[in-house]
Design a protein around this ligand. Structure first.
Ligand code: ACM
Length: 680
């Protein structure tokens, strides 16, 4: 329960983003007494915890009472022998009609509640209510006692309910007003102290910069005083981030309010993954993505270079990878067309097969080095991925001798989904093939990690291959999955000789039958997508580092190629359209209750972009922006400093930069956006 309290947000109201001092509301962790509640005149936030979900009374999805974003703050007013609750934003009272929650602006219609403080664990509740801040709010109506927000089992909305049931208790948090200094900077900095005065005359050539080794590597302090600007940082990285912050300040006006920003990231890994197999993106297009990543202080570009549908990395020892492997029989293009109407961007068309050959498309080794260098200038590391032993058909089409059934050579896939054709991990030559490929990539990419995929690997073909069957027998296995674990361990040992460690997708530890003892020995970082939090917990239980890239959680996730709305102007894409910008922003990456050493294993977050449905750079940007920026803030800014309304208010000012640099972006999050109603 504690974790939910810690992760609860500060609430910002009516913020002006530019360097002003403004009022925010902060949830106090101190327990409320019943006397305080009955006395009235305090502000509170209300939360219900049930077996299945958390509900904040006031969230639009959960009650009809209020549709403001975030939690609603109520003013507690004394009324008779009880209290009533007034929404401080709308000035509406919580009222009731039978068991329906209503709103009313008239105090005489306000519901008068009696708070009952719960001082110890109660058994008839889903909430495991064992905390001193738990309450029931009750009232009498027609000789019946009703409870606010009880009986929430299977209810989407909090309700008034009667009698004994699976009650959940109510958590009432005291809310305190606090003055905070706001800036337009994204991601929001850790601490900003505003000072009197402004700085008018300054230039980029005249900034006093120094490295302070006692500071964390990525930390910086940016001081703007009437005398000038100075930056102190833990390393060149910190200097770079300070300059990004200063750039964003300057975009508002060259004259700067005096302030000191003391900043450092929450996570060391703040990534973006791009799949260049399903559709290929040029070096220049990738550079444009790196530019936007750098602006938002993201620091790892995860380059998904290979998959069933195309091999994109030149490997000198295996030239057929980038002839046969880089070409597929159908481009499966997504012939979408952009329509700009009344200043809004819409799209038409659906993805379909075209019958045209796609490729060969690939990056030469020089081009990959060029990307590494360009990224390094922006403090971004490049994490290359060669997905194996599944998602490996492009390689097997070029070198069928390494698959399980070479007699039926697979073709580079021209459809989507998961191929059954996988690397024959029991064939030593096939393992050497994988190692030789990785060996060349280790020389190109200086980042001390290499990603070998490991997701979605069917075992059927191992089950019908003689070498795999023999290995299965020899090891006395009861499933073929451990063959994958053994392969990963072999690869881990191999890349150790190159000074590298592995990244793997979460199936390497969450797939049924995975050999967890072996996985533990690999030391691999687990990139968790689905089920994301389960994968994170599994990694942590094995002592392995984890990266959070939720594919589609309740309300949102970090797979930012998915449809961001059900607007009829939205082009075809993965997902049902409920992966909204707000949902992406509000996804909470750290959800468990962890000891410090476990928490330290959660290394960061990643926005992930698959390109089955995305064939152009323009559409890539449209889906990625601004959700990429949401994930950037999740990577940098502490959870208790994140707030959707505040983020949105800052983001609006960033469209100027996006426009000037010719980015296409989704406008769903923008004030004034009108959803398209008719389908054309
Ligand atoms: C994945 O989305 N298959 C990692």
């Amino acid at each position: 329960m504690k974790k939910l309290i810690i992760s609860f947000l500060s609430i910002f109201a009516a913020l002006h983003v530019w360097g002003g001092v403004t009022t925010s509301f902060k949830i106090s962790d101190s327990a409320l007494t019943e006397q305080e509640l009955l006395k009235g005149d305090i502000m509170v936030a209300l939360r219900i915890y049930t077996s299945s979900k958390d509900m904040y009374i006031g969230e639009s999805k959960n009650t009809s009472f209020d549709s403001m974003t975030g939690s609603t703050i109520f003013k507690v007013e004394k009324a008779g022998k009880g209290i009533c609750l007034k929404n401080i934003k709308t000035n509406e009272y919580l009222a009731s009609k039978g068991n329906k929650i209503m709103r009313s602006t008239k105090k005489k219609e306000a519901q008068i509640f009696t708070p009952v403080k719960i001082t110890k664990k109660v058994d008839n509740t889903h909430a495991n209510a064992d905390e001193t801040r738990s309450y029931w709010l009750t009232f009498q109506y027609d000789n019946t006692t009703y409870y606010l927000n009880t009986n929430t089992t299977n209810h989407e909305m909090p309700q008034y309910a009667t009698g004994n049931g699976n009650w959940s208790t109510l958590y009432i948090y005291k809310v305190e007003k606090e003055e905070i200094t706001t800036t337009p900077i994204i991601p929001a900095p850790k601490k900003v102290t505003s000072m009197k005065g402004t700085l008018k005359e300054w230039s980029w050539d005249n900034i006093a910069e120094s490295i302070d080794n006692s500071m964390a590597e990525e930390a910086y302090t940016l001081s703007i005083t009437r005398k000038g600007i100075s930056i102190k940082a833990g390393s060149e990285k910190g200097i770079f981030y300070a300059r990004q912050s200063l750039t964003q300040l300057e975009e508002q006006s060259h004259t700067l309010p005096c302030m000191v920003i003391e900043d450092e990231p929450r996570f060391g890994y703040r990534g973006f993954m791009l799949d260049v197999s399903r559709h290929f993106f040029s070096v220049n297009e990738i550079k444009k993505i790196l530019d936007v990543m750098a602006r938002y202080k993201m620091n790892v570009f995860h380059w998904h270079l290979t998959d069933d549908q195309g091999w994109r990395a030149e490997i000198k020892r295996y030239p057929k990878l980038t002839t046969i492997g880089a070409t597929r029989s159908d481009n499966y293009d997504t012939p979408i067309h952009k329509v700009v109407e009344n200043g809004q961007t819409y799209w038409t068309g659906t993805g379909m097969k075209t019958g045209q050959t796609y490729g060969p498309y690939f990056y030469t080794q020089d081009e990959m080095r060029e990307v590494v260098a360009y990224a390094a200038e922006r403090q971004i590391d490049v994490l290359p991925e060669v997905d194996m032993p599944g998602h490996f058909v492009a390689a097997l089409a070029a070198y069928p001798e390494y698959c399980c059934h070479p007699e039926t050579t697979p073709a580079v896939w021209s459809g989507w989904g998961v191929s059954r054709d996988v690397l024959n991990v029991a064939n030593p030559q096939a393992v050497a093939f994988a190692q030789n490929i990785l060996s060349e990539l280790c020389d190109i990419f200086p980042y001390p990690y290499i990603h070998i995929g490991g997701d979605e690997c069917p075992t059927e073909q191992w089950e019908t291959n003689e070498l795999c069957q023999a290995r299965y027998k020899e090891l006395g296995l009861s499933s073929y999955r451990p063959l994958q674990s053994r392969f990963i361990k072999q690869i881990a040992d191999f890349v150790t000789t190159k000074g590298k460690k592995l990244f793997c997708w979460n199936e390497s530890v969450t797939a049924g039958g995975a050999d967890l003892e072996l996985m533990k020995q690999t030391g691999a970082t687990i990139m968790s997508w689905h089920p994301c939090q389960t994968g994170v917990n599994k990694a942590i239980s094995l002592g392995l580092p984890a990266i959070v890239t939720e594919y589609h959680g309740a309300g949102g996730g970090y797979y930012i190629n998915r449809r961001q709305s059900n607007d009829l102007g939205e082009p075809s894409g993965a997902g049902a359209g409920d992966d909204s910008v707000e949902g992406c922003y509000n996804y909470i990456p750290v959800q468990g209750s962890y000891a410090a050493e476990q928490l330290a294993l959660i290394k960061g977050v990643q926005a992930t972009f698959w390109t089955e449905h995305v064939g152009t750079n323009e559409y890539l940007e449209y889906l990625a922006l601004p959700r990429l920026i949401c994930v950037a803030e999740a990577g940098w800014t502490e959870q208790n400093q994140k707030n959707w309304s505040y983020f949105r208010s800052r983001l609006t000012g960033h469209t100027k930069w996006l426009d000037e640099h010719h980015y296409v972006y989704g406008r769903h999050w923008m004030e004034g956006y009108v959803p398209r109603k008719e389908s054309k």
